[in-house]
Structure formats: C-alpha cells, structure tokens
Design a binder for this molecule. Sequence first.
Ligand SMILES: Cc1cc2nc3c(=O)[nH]c(=O)nc-3n(C[C@H](O)[C@H](O)[C@H](O)COP(=O)(O)O)c2cc1C
Length: 175
Amino acid sequence: MNTIEAIKQRRSIRTFNEQKINNKDIQTILECAMSAPTARNQQGFRFVVVDDKTILKDIASNIEHGKMCKDASHAIVVCYEVKDELSELYWVQDASATTENILLSATDLGIASVWVAVHPREIKINFITNYFKLPMTIKPLCVVALGYKDNFLKEVDRFDKSKVCYNTSLWDNFN
Ligand SMILES: Cc1cc2nc3c(=O)[nH]c(=O)nc-3n(C[C@H](O)[C@H](O)[C@H](O)COP(=O)(O)O)c2cc1C
C-alpha cells in the first residue's frame, strides 16, 4: 500500500476481533509515530502502550466514546511533554501529527484503528493522568484503539471543491 492509498483507506473502526497485534507491528507503528514533524523538532511525544485486558477495560468504561477499547488488541495513549513556552503553544499540533502517523501506519499494516479523544475534556484528562500516574508535565491528547477487524469500512471520497479556493478567500465564488 502506498501513502496515498493508506490516507484514503483509513477509517475509524470501532469493533475488533480477537486477533492480537504482534510486537514487530507495534514497534513499526511507534517508529512511524516518532517520525512525525514537531515544532522546532522538540519530539516531546510520549506513549503508553497498553495490551493488558484489565487496563483496556478500565479505559473503555471510564472514557466516554471509548467503549471499543475493551475489545482492542492494544491501545496507545498519546501524550506530550509540555515543559516550556514552545511546547505549551504547539503540543496539540505535535501530538496530533504523531497520532495521524499511528493511524496511517496501522492502516498500511492492515490494522484497524480509531482516535479516541481525551484532550480537551477535563474529566478524561483527569482519568488518564491519575490512572497512569502521569507526571504534571505529561499531557494526554488521545487514546488510539488498535486491533483487527474482519471487514474494513469502504473508502469514502470527501473531496468537495466548494471548500477550496485558489489565490483568494472568496469561497462563495465557487458556489
Ligand atoms: C480529534 C478527534 C477526536 C475523536 N474522538 C473520537 C472518540 O472519542 N470516539 C470515537 O469513536 N471516534 C472519535 N474520533 C473519530 C471520528 O469520529 C472519525 O474520524 C470521523 O467520524 C470520520 O470517520 P473516519 O475516521 O472513518 O473517516 C475522533 C477523531 C478526531 C480527529
């Protein structure tokens, strides 16, 4: 699969079968996650990789819209170290870029995934921070649930020319 195919075929998958992801594929996904661009190359991303069923179930029952984690093979809690003004300003973009790399590399490996929001919901941030005993400087962005599914969702074409303009911001001119 090439990059453009992975981007177009990626879909959020919320049901998983019982197949476990092997360590080599998790390693590849983490390498891709850490290949993401970061502001001034700070590379403040941090990851909690979870494959313990009890912990997956605890995430599922405490994170709203994250119930699928209970059936996932793995979940990766994507965090970022916020330690100065620059990381304070850019951590959400940096952690989002790394999250997208996780989703795309998983797609390339035939692994289903879904981004489960944590930030900016205080109740979810508090749960993850307390559960994993994160230091105050480590901010959780999201949990990515990963696993295998028997049938992948179809690719969707979301291109909409009315959302693009060239050399002007007059979107209405296109309608
Ligand atoms: C910032 C963000 C937060 C999201 N949070 C959740 C979530 O908590 N639970 C969930 O099931 N999907 C979540 N999603 C996935 C979106 O619902 C999904 O990307 C969207 O419906 C489009 O579907 P697709 O990913 O299949 O293209 C999130 C996506 C993003 C980018």
